[in-house]
Design a protein around this ligand. Structure first.
Ligand SMILES: *Cc1c(COP(=O)(O)O)cnc(C)c1O
Length: 406
């Protein structure tokens, strides 16, 4: 028996060793940044399991449902057997045409639906796949920091290297393009920008886009502009498309999403638009990876873009009211913050001497409030936390009340 056990143990050890080699992650996967939200996620789950009443301001996901007429369009389309088959990789022509019409109406920019628009399975996949089309090993992506994680992830998975552009308060959370050294410009193939911005909620003005387009032409760098929050604006502010500016069509691709605009995060519909060569390159990457968006979801997307648009105004009013309650409350507690003109995030300085993970942990421990530590979006996010306006006013008031006592 002892002998058998030893043999089994040896065999087991050998298998473990083989598996260690077999399951060794690729260099690219190992190079991906750590998932820093893990700790907070775990703490949140534990707190919930203990029955604590958690107010979750950590999630960038609308709490309101998708408008009914869109859900109805999905239901009707799902009943139709023709919609059950593989969709076209490049999206239904009728979806591309309604994107073009929406775009024209919203930004006064004309797009050719056949060559300048590519529907995506949510804009995240497009943003993450785009670097595969243009980066060779060792090439740089110019990436803002803090940022939406797929910009870095997509770059690394494509074999490229993210070159960080700090987004700091002194520069109104815009990258300082003049500070990017010549050596980095030479290696850079693409530059990511995202205004209105997640996580800082900053917006960009005309001058920034003009300077950026000029930079792209001079340095032969492709601009990727992520406009996921174009419709979530307050106080009369309206976000612009980069394609409204002269010279942008030659160098830029813009990413849009139905996720935030129509409360459709789970549905997975977005699109890229802009320069034809950039669109064709992304389409080629995607044709090797996915097989398009479920046709019924595409038809629901058309219902969103071409149907009644009152929802957007209601949505903005809702978030604006929540923002005002939160701003007013935090202000009277003496917290340091900038009032956002767009997005559903508030970017808040943590008190002196505290790091963002420790401070987030403390808010969970003492007040049962979940926030996102800024460092989770990159090292220049350290010193900040992000709160999302995705709970109702009563819960925000409750959160403010709890914060008085920490
Ligand atoms: C939410 C978000 C998106 C949208 O992603 P989808 O994949 O379309 O749901 C894109 N960019 C940023 C910065 C976001 O915060």
């Amino acid at each position: 028996m002892g002998f058998g056990k030893t043999r089994r143990t040896l065999f087991h050890a050998r298998c473990t060793k083989i598996r260690t080699v077999m399951f060794k992650l690729s260099k690219k996967l190992q190079a991906l940044p750590e998932y820093l939200f893990l700790e907070i996620d775990k703490a949140k789950r534990q707190a919930r399991a203990q029955g604590r009443d958690i107010i979750d301001l950590g999630i960038g996901d609308p709490d309101q449902p998708t408008p009914k007429h869109i859900v109805e369009a999905l239901y009707q389309a799902a009943l139709e057997p023709a919609n059950h088959r593989y969709a076209l990789d490049q999206g239904m022509p009728v979806l591309r045409r309604s994107i073009a019409a929406w775009y024209k109406q919203r930004f006064k920019v004309s797009l050719n639906p056949d060559s300048q628009i590519l529907p995506l399975i949510g804009s995240k996949e497009g943003l993450a796949h785009f670097p595969l089309a243009f980066l060779n090993p060792g090439d740089y992506s110019l990436v803002p920091d803090p940022c939406y994680p797929p910009y870095k992830g997509g770059t690394i998975l494509a074999g490229g290297l993210p070159y960080l552009m700090p987004l700091i308060e002194k520069n109104a959370f815009l990258p300082d393009l003049k500070k990017i050294p010549l050596s980095a410009r030479k290696k850079a193939k693409i530059i990511f920008v995202n205004y209105p911005n997640n996580p800082t909620s900053a917006t960009a003005d005309k001058n920034f886009y003009k300077e950026l387009i000029d930079f792209a032409h001079k340095n032969k760098v492709i601009i990727i502009s992520d406009l996921a929050y174009s419709e979530m604006c307050y106080d009369g502010y309206r976000a612009q498309s980069i394609l409204e500016f002269d010279g942008a069509r030659e160098v830029a691709i813009e990413f849009h999403s139905l996720s935030k605009t129509y409360n459709m995060t789970g549905w997975r519909v977005g699109w890229a638009c802009g320069n034809e060569k950039l669109i064709a390159a992304l389409a080629k990457v995607k044709s090797n990876i996915d097989s398009g968006i479920f046709s019924a979801v595409q038809l629901a997307g058309i219902a969103a873009l071409s149907g009644p648009q009152e929802h957007i105004e209601h949505m903005c009013t809702l978030y604006q009211e929540r923002r005002d309650v939160l701003m007013h409350g935090l202000d009277s507690l003496g917290w340091q913050l900038n009032c956002p003109k767009a997005t559903f995030y508030v970017w808040i300085k943590v008190p002196k001497g505290k790091d963002s993970i420790k401070f987030s942990g403390r808010l969970l421990e003492k007040a049962n409030i979940v926030v996102t530590p800024g460092v989770g979006f990159g090292k220049f996010g350290e010193g900040y936390i992000r709160m999302a306006l995705t709970v109702n006013k009563e819960r925000i008031r409750e959160a403010l009340d709890r914060l008085k006592h920490i």
